[in-house]
Design a binder for this molecule. Structure first.
Ligand code: DGL
Length: 283
């Protein structure tokens, strides 16, 4: 079985790493559209066009299922991607992200009132309100959190992806930028849930946690792997034999645009994973 993982850049590697750890009995094809990054500052129409093109590339690779690891594409182009990929199953990251936030909510003491859930993501994801709508819908129509006073906030963080892609993942400028984004919420709330609604952000999880002491900082990677594992597709799909699993085929629309830390990550895993770097120039 071959699972496709699509992201606008290197962010989806955080999802792939989780998938590999949890679902080791398959092979993966990773496509990062590095030639067209960032998606987060583009219009919905542009995001849809680029996402469709990437889905077509992965369909040609004959993947058995596709994970749209990019939150921006998941928020704005999931149904277009599903149409292109049909009948191949497509999994987005927004629902698993919401599940991760709800799980973290259970870890916040009942004494905390109100409890903030702060969604941090690209401008396009925030403008789509994909997370906000889904979270509010859960609280308005479900029973589980009925007795809690939950407030949902959505914060666009457009400066973060360029800093991460620049490789400034342990940098005082990055810490300062994060502090600026979260300052108003930290001022008002001592505890809460911060949902990293962008696949790039787990690379800088520690900086978020340092900027939000006392908060639960979560991302969707683990929940994505769980959703795939529990799906009807995965339960019934034919798995390759043991000797032929664990391979990742890497595709980047501009391989030169990879930040150093991502290259290192890919190379470090080379020995174990039989990695093939496959440049696909500007799609
Ligand atoms: N990977 C994208 C996401 O998860 C962020 C990077 C971009 O703006 O393209 O939203």
């Amino acid at each position: 079985m071959k699972i496709g993982v699509f992201d606008s850049g290197v962010g989806g590697i955080t999802v792939l790493a989780e998938l590999k750890q949890r679902l080791s009995s398959v092979n993966y094809v990773y496509l990062g559209d590095t030639a067209n990054l960032p998606y987060g500052s583009k219009s919905p129409a542009q995001i849809e066009t680029l996402s469709i093109r990437c889905a077509q590339m992965l369909k040609q690779k004959e993947v058995d299922a596709l994970i749209v690891a990019c939150n921006t594409a998941s928020s704005l182009a999931l149904s277009a991607i599903q149409t292109v990929m049909a009948p191949i199953p497509v999994f987005g990251v927004v629902d698993p992200g919401v599940q991760a936030a709800l799980g973290a909510l259970n870890l916040i003491s009942l004494q905390v009132d109100p409890v903030p859930i702060l969604v941090l993501a690209t401008r396009a994801t925030i403008q789509s309100q994909a997370y906000g709508k889904s979270l509010r819908n859960t609280f308005e129509n479900g029973n589980t959190f009925k007795n809690r006073n939950i407030e949902v906030f959505e914060q666009a963080c457009p400066l973060l992806v360029p800093l991460i892609e620049e490789g400034w993942i342990q940098h005082p400028v990055l810490d300062q930028v994060i502090q600026e984004y979260v300052r108003p919420y930290l001022k008002e709330f001592k505890k809460g849930v911060a949902l990293l609604g962008c696949t790039h952000y787990p690379w800088i999880h520690d900086s978020f946690q340092a900027a939000l002491p006392g908060w639960q900082v979560v991302n969707s990677a683990w929940a994505v792997a769980q959703a795939l594992e529990r799906s009807e597709f995965f339960k019934t799909a034919q798995k390759p034999d043991e000797a032929n699993v664990g391979r990742v085929e890497w595709m980047f629309t501009d391989p030169k645009a990879l930040p150093e830390f991502a290259k290192k990550f890919i190379q470090n895993r080379n020995a174990r994973d039989s990695i093939l770097i496959q440049p696909v120039l500007n799609a």
